[in-house]
Design a protein around this ligand. Structure first.
Ligand SMILES: O=C(O)CCC(=O)C(=O)O
Ligand SMILES: [Fe+2]
Length: 280
C-alpha cells in the first residue's frame, strides 16, 4: 500500500493499517499534526507510520503525548521488559543481550490489550515499533470490530443489546504470579461498545470463562462464535512488518493477534501503551 499524507488519511475511506507518510521524525511532530494523527487513528483503528525507527526513549515520549503511559505492576508485566524502560515490552523472542527465547508463542490469539480493566480505564492505545523482522512469519493480525458490529445480522444485534462479558484478572494465565493487591477488580464490559470519542459502536469481545451473558444473565454463547464469524465475513488485515514501522492501534476498535510462524528467527517489536482518559 502506497503511503498517503496525513491530510489524506483524514478523508480516506476507512482501511485498517493505512500507511501515513511523515517526512520528519516522530519526535518532531508538532501539536497540530498530533491532533490530526489522533483523528486519523480514530477514523482507521490502526495506522502505520513507515520509516520511523525510534529509540525506547523516543517511543516512551511519543506514547506519553496520547495519554498516561501504562506501567504494569511486576506480577502483571510480561517477562521481557526493555532495560531501563519498565513500560516498554520487548515483543517477540529477542532478549536484551541478543539471545533468543526459544519457541515464543506470545499473544497468538485474538484479544484486546487492557480488557482486564473496567470500562473507563480500558481505552488503551498500543504503539508498536518494529526493530527486527524475522526471515519468515511474525505478522500481526487485526480484526475490525466496528465493521463486525455493522455487519451483524439484525436479530443477533438485538440479542446482544445489553449483553455483557465479565473479565476476571485472577483467571488470566499470564497473571499467575500476581499478588492479590496487584490484580485489578473484576471488570464487566458491554459487548456493544460506543467509542468514547466518536460514539460509533464496535463489538468488544474479551475472553471470559462465563462467556457472553444476556441482559437477564443467561448465557448467549462464547466470544469465539462472534470472532470466527467476523473473520469469515470481513477477513482480517495482516500487517507485514518492515523495520522502522511504527504501528498505532486502538484497542476499542480492533482486536489483534500475533500470527506466529517465526519459529526461532529473531523478532523484536518495542511495545508501549497509553491510557486515554475518558470523560463520563
Ligand atoms: O506479536 C504480535 O504480533 C502481537 C503482540 C501483541 O499482542 C501486543 O504487542 O500487544
Ligand atoms: Fe496484544
Amino acid at each position: 500500500m502506497t503511503p498517503v499524507s496525513l491530510d489524506s488519511a483524514l478523508v480516506e475511506s476507512r482501511t485498517l493499517g493505512l500507511r501515513v507518510r511523515w517526512d520528519r521524525r516522530i519526535p518532531d511532530l508538532d501539536g497540530t499534526d498530533l491532533e490530526k494523527l489522533k483523528r486519523a487513528l480514530e477514523r482507521h483503528g490502526v495506522l502505520c507510520l513507515p520509516g520511523q525507527p525510534v529509540t525506547p526513549a523516543e517511543l516512551y515520549a511519543f506514547t506519553g503525548r496520547w495519554g498516561s503511559v501504562i506501567e504494569l505492576p511486576p506480577g502483571l508485566a510480561l517477562s521481557n521488559p526493555e532495560p531501563g524502560f519498565p513500560s516498554i515490552t520487548r515483543v517477540g523472542n529477542l532478549r536484551p543481550d541478543g539471545s533468543i527465547i526459544p519457541s515464543v508463542k506470545f499473544a497468538e490469539y485474538w484479544h484486546h490489550d487492557g480488557d482486564f480493566w473496567s470500562p473507563g480505564r480500558n481505552y488503551i492505545l498500543n504503539f508498536l515499533a518494529s526493530v527486527q523482522v524475522p526471515a519468515v512469519g511474525g505478522n500481526t493480525g487485526f480484526l475490525d470490530l466496528r465493521a463486525a458490529f455493522e455487519t451483524l445480522d439484525p436479530p443477533v444485534r438485538s440479542e446482544l443489546d445489553g449483553a455483557y462479558i465479565w473479565v476476571r484478572a485472577s483467571e488470566i494465565s499470564d497473571f499467575k504470579r500476581a499478588t492479590p493487591e496487584e490484580l485489578p477488580p473484576d471488570a464487566q464490559h458491554p459487548v456493544l461498545l460506543p467509542h468514547p470519542v466518536s460514539g460509533r459502536v464496535a463489538l468488544y469481545l474479551p475472553d471470559s470463562s462465563s462467556g457472553i451473558q444476556r441482559k437477564d444473565g443467561s448465557v448467549w454463547g462464547t466470544v469465539e462464535t462472534l470472532i470466527d464469524a467476523a473473520v469469515q465475513r470481513l477477513g482480517i488485515y495482516e500487517h507485514v512488518w518492515t523495520p522502522g514501522d511504527l504501528v498505532l492501534m486502538d484497542n476499542l476498535q480492533v482486536m489483534h493477534r500475533g500470527m506466529g510462524g517465526y519459529g526461532d528467527h529473531p523478532r523484536l517489536l518495542y511495545r508501549c501503551q497509553a491510557r486515554v482518559p475518558v470523560s463520563r
